[in-house]
Design a protein around this ligand. Structure first.
Ligand SMILES: O=C(O)CCC(=O)C(=O)O
Length: 285
């Protein structure tokens, strides 16, 4: 283990563990730090069937990977029944399943659950939002999957050249990450840099190593591995610098991610992969 990783692992938790429903204080914390861990949003009864379905979908993804063809790209993408399976070209490991609800509507039911909608409404301060992201992110023991430093705003801008969320409340977008399994620094938890959302400089294609970028960010923003239990939800501002390292444990890590753009931030004609992705959702009661 690298010494700086040990240092981070030993830091006490920095993200405030809020509870649902969010208080005004929680919302202030979110605006100040760019992230908020909300504990116990979903019960085991709500999470278990979704986890089972996610595992079935993963199994299906591994059955169809033989249908993939050689490509020069770093990722192979297979569109099936309204969802998209994304594989690492070299290892053929599944990196993510995009718009999982295209194939299984149950993922839309949980992804647009009233508790998530209420938190998104409070964070974005808008009555309608586009449901842009409904993804499964599995990390199996030692499968090598990692997500290098980025800000989600980079993905929004890449997809949508007319992205207009910058001047909206809390950046006009919020990523909600729901743990289907326990996550910690050993099985690839998200590493966040609270406070880094006040900057939106791209991080994705920087030529420096991840260690160098980590060193730079750490000088300004003390990082945190977000330890989560099944049913916990992490809310992230689109400018928040974050990454997640490979799973080096014996425990799998399943994460269910839903992202919402305030109406007016995203151009409705810009299509993300997946059937009916980006549909407009009423998020206020
Ligand atoms: O699944 C992960 O570990 C990373 C997810 C992430 O970085 C994102 O959704 O922006």
């Amino acid at each position: 283990m690298k010494p700086w990783l040990l240092f981070i692992a030993l830091l006490p938790g920095l993200a405030v563990g809020a509870k649902y429903p969010l208080t005004d204080e929680d919302l202030k914390t979110y605006s100040r730090t760019g992230c908020l861990l909300v504990e116990g949003v979903f019960s085991e009864d709500e999470i278990s069937p979704i986890k089972e379905l996610a595992l079935q979908m993963l199994q299906y993804g591994y059955q169809i990977r033989e249908e993939s063809h050689n490509t020069e790209r770093a990722e192979i993408r297979l569109d099936r029944n309204g969802s998209q399976f994304v594989y690492d070209t070299n290892t053929l490991v599944i990196k993510r399943i995009v718009w999982a609800c295209g194939m299984h509507p149950e993922f839309r039911t949980l992804g647009a659950d009233k508790k998530l909608k209420n938190m998104v409404f409070r964070v974005l301060q808008t009555h309608h939002a586009h449901h842009l992201i409904n993804q499964l992110h599995p990390k199996m023991p030692n499968d090598g999957v990692e997500f290098k430093f980025h800000r989600d705003i980079e993905n929004r801008r890449n997809f949508d050249k007319g992205w207009a969320g910058e001047n909206m409340h809390n950046g006009g977008f919020v990523q909600t990450l729901t743990a289907l399994e326990a996550m910690d620094e050993w099985n690839g938890a998200i590493e966040v840099y609270p406070g880094s959302h006040n900057d939106s400089t791209p991080l994705k294609n920087r030529p420096e190593t991840q260690d160098i970028i980590a060193g730079e960010l750490q000088q300004q923003y003390p990082p945190e591995f977000v330890r989560m239990q099944p049913g916990d939800v992490l809310l992230c501002h689109p400018n928040l610098a974050h990454r997640s390292l490979p799973n080096q444990s014996n425990n799998s890590r399943l994460l269910f991610i839903n992202g919402f753009a305030a109406q007016g931030a995203h151009q409705p004609e810009v299509k993300y992969p997946g059937d009916d992705s980006g549909y407009l959702l009423k998020i206020s009661e």
